[in-house]
Design a protein around this ligand. Structure first.
Ligand SMILES: C[S@@+](CC[C@H](N)C(=O)[O-])C[C@H]1O[C@@H](n2cnc3c(N)ncnc32)[C@H](O)[C@@H]1O
Length: 335
């Protein structure tokens, strides 16, 4: 998958134009095509043959910087059927799920195809991506988006319309998949089939929007006894304004998108050695109560002597405040 051809602009290329005041226009170069704005007309033919990163001038004298969109630009502006995985999370998914060139990867649901594009890029032409989506209309949006960016349907990509829980065992043999990435409302409903499909040592990673989903999928993974202890994370990226002496964090950021949780498939019959962990947090125990004592959260325990001193200090401060209040009341009365 090239996805981002290099060399001079050609007919059929998508080009991102940054115009006056930083306004963005994305066009696809067509024979005889024109872009009309209230600043005049820009002929597509004027761009064909120019190198990426050129500046062109429209009929009204306005200049436009012309660049092929990067994948992150494309996914943020492409049509969406369902909410997409943002670039910051896609990058972490590729890293934490260890998606490698040549990997056999399963993804569900495909939604708008944003994550599919990142996964296709990470596996390269030697890899294979099988994306499951239970809604045909969303699958259609995803196919169109991937084709628009790649310029073709990648030969190593298959979209299967159906519920992962039933379609995965019908599509791929057991223990044949290197990585599984789930972006859906109820990933725990699919963990059993994912465990069967994954090769020993393979990674399952779930992207979920809420803390309750995060907890439920973690406990489900643990409960199977088929995976390593799950790890979770959240990625917050804060942009910076860097200009002259004005170097500071941006005022706005995309705060919450989702959480990642991932684990590795154990070999058949393997039982992970007991981890020295604190008791399950599904209910409170004496141990949990102990966790919130000052010592456990890092505060030094106060000695009885110190505590008596603090009580005296507090009492003195309170007496002084009461006395001040009383004097103020007395002077008001005599005035
Ligand atoms: C948030 S979207 C996925 C977005 C996608 N990762 C992207 O970056 O564009 C979630 C999708 O999962 C699909 N879905 C939910 N449960 C599913 C299941 N069990 N099997 C297949 N698809 C499922 C939904 O129809 C929806 O399209």
């Amino acid at each position: 998958m090239s996805g981002r051809p290099s060399g001079p602009f050609r007919l059929g290329d998508r080009v991102q134009l940054t115009g006056p005041k930083g306004r963005l226009h994305t066009i696809t170069l067509r024979e005889g095509g024109e872009m009309h704005t209230h600043h005049g007309v820009l002929r597509h033919a004027d761009l064909v043959g120019l190198p990426d990163g050129s500046v062109v001038t429209g009929s009204g004298g306005h200049e436009y910087l012309a660049l092929r969109p990067l994948l992150r630009d494309f996914v943020m502006s492409m049509p969406r059927g369902a909410a997409i995985v943002y670039p910051k999370d896609a990058a972490q998914i590729v890293a934490e799920a260890d998606v490698f060139p040549g990997a056999v990867v399963v993804e569900a649901g495909v939604g708008s195809g944003a994550l599919s594009l990142w996964l296709l890029r990470a596996i390269g032409p030697q890899g294979r991506l099988v994306s499951f989506e239970r809604r045909e209309d969303f699958a259609e949006v995803a196919r169109a988006n991937v084709e628009t960016f790649v310029g073709d349907t990648p030969k190593n990509w298959e979209v299967v319309v159906g519920d992962l829980a039933t379609a995965l065992p019908e599509t791929l043999p057991a223990a044949s998949v290197d990585r599984v990435v789930l972006d859906m409302l109820a990933p725990w409903e699919c963990i059993d089939v994912v465990a069967d499909a994954l090769t020993p040592g393979g990674v399952v990673l779930c992207y979920v929007a809420t803390a309750t989903q995060l907890s439920r999928v973690a406990e489900y993974l643990r409960g199977t006894g088929l995976f390593t202890d799950p790890e979770g994370s959240e990625t917050m990226v804060r942009g910076w304004h860097v200009e002259g002496l004005a170097v500071r964090p941006d005022h706005r950021m995309i705060a919450h998108t989702g959480f990642l949780i991932w684990a590795r498939r154990l070999a058949p019959g393997a039982v992970a050695p007991e981890q020295k962990r604190r008791a399950s947090k599904s209910s409170y125990s004496d141990e949990d109560v102990e966790l919130w004592t000052p010592g456990a959260v890092g505060d030094r325990e106060i000695t009885d002597k110190n505590l008596r001193k603090r009580v005296r200090e507090a009492r003195r401060a309170a007496d002084a405040a009461i006395e001040a209040q009383r004097r103020e009341g007395a002077s008001d009365a005599s005035a």
